[in-house]
Write a protein that binds this ligand. Sequence first.
Ligand code: 5GP
Length: 194
Amino acid sequence: MNKGLLIIISGPSGVGKGTVIKEFIDDPELNLSFSVSMTTREMREGEVDGVNYDYVTKEEFKQAIENGELLEWAEFVGNYYGTPLKNVEKKRSEGKNVLLEIETDGCRQVQKKCPDAITIFIVPPSIEELEKRIRGRKSEPEEIVQQRLDKARKEMDLLKYYKYVVCNDEVDIAADIIRVIIRKHMERQRNAEQ
Ligand code: 5GP
């Protein structure tokens, strides 16, 4: 059996990564497994522990770093986020295509360790639209919104490090484009195997 693909999706906060991913994550043809990250940020309304993230304390997070349990990690607007290595390795060795939804620093770390990772950056149709989406969430104070917007502008400069750039103007279309990218890579892997 082939080892599963490693797919990384990044994009500025508020671009709708989660909404786009939801459209195709359960598509049986894509054989995907979503990597649940560890975070120290507070749970948002509607989120579920162990599904959206594993919510941990800063101490638990630091321990995970010290124990070498994370494939990558980064600080984002005052909180830590990281990818548990064990789950990724386990799923890939079972042949599952593992999908990471992580920010740009984390992606660079993974690219160094796994140069064959398929990297996709989702962009908004415009910065104005992004600001509207971040504000529309209404879950965070103005100070955090500003920090997320600053970070978003900086992240947009890093899309050059990604293999594919997909605009999320219409969710179903963005999801379909990503479906095609994943299918093509699966096909290539199958052909290489023969
Ligand atoms: P949010 O607080 O909006 O859920 O996530 C903030 C940012 O952290 C997003 O850009 C998201 O992609 C990123 N993120 C989520 N999980 C991870 C992770 O495990 N590692 C890294 N580096 N970034 C993550």
